[in-house]
Design a protein around this ligand. Structure first.
Ligand code: GRF
Length: 193
């Protein structure tokens, strides 16, 4: 059976959606860079191994990336899933997990790369917004797209309302993308680093 390591930084609702989807895979571990991440308690309650690699304990991004990779590799995962993981990962890390590293981004990429996507979508006045699951490549929020979901931007929306509408779609598409990966249905040869 294939195994998955999920990286989180916060509440972990995307991680939960993947766990609860009942993947035909083993969730080998949930790892957070934030000791206070709410998702850790959920994972532990479900009997999933949890670990923390606190980025604040390292002098450089490279040292953090190295420690994180060492922790991940203990579980020899087939797939590493970034689920609300809020640290930028360096090129060496990304190459190490080439073609087996997925991320979810709360916008319809290539629009609104980076942070504060919902606020920026509202400011831009777009009528359609959404989320994207993509393979991770060294350029931030740029990798090959696996699946996207769109939602309308409605009159009277604020950041929170729009974020909630997008999040519901994140929870729908991320388990689907992970399942496709596990079933070997994603053409990873098209991922160029
Ligand atoms: C999600 O909107 C994700 O797309 C973004 O951060 C949020 C994390 O939420 N990168 P959660 O921790 O999965 O609940």
């Amino acid at each position: 059976m294939k195994s998955i390591v999920i990286l989180i930084s916060g509440r972990g609702s995307n991680m939960r959606s993947i766990v609860e989807a009942g993947m035909p895979a083993r969730i080998a571990a949930v790892i957070s860079n934030q000791p206070s991440a709410g998702g850790l308690a959920y994972a532990a309650e479900r009997g999933i191994t949890t670990a923390v690699v606190d980025h604040k304990a390292f002098d450089s991004r490279a040292a953090f990336d190295e420690a994180l990779a060492a922790e991940i590799d203990r579980f020899t995962p087939d797939l590493v899933v970034l689920a609300g993981f809020m640290r930028v990962l360096g090129e060496g890390f990304v190459r190490r997990y080439a073609n087996r590293l997925l991320n979810i981004h709360p916008s319809l990429l290539p629009s609104f790369q980076g942070l504060h996507t919902h606020r920026r979508a509202l400011e831009a006045g777009v009528k359609v917004h959404g989320c994207t699951v993509h393979f991770v490549t060294p350029a931030l929020d740029h990798g090959p797209i696996v699946i996207q979901a769109a939602v309308p931007v409605l009159p009277g929306d604020d950041e929170d309302r729009l974020a909630a509408r997008v999040l519901a779609e994140e929870h729908r598409i991320y388990p689907r993308a992970v399942q496709w990966f596990i079933e070997g249905r994603l053409d990873r040869k098209s991922t160029r680093l």
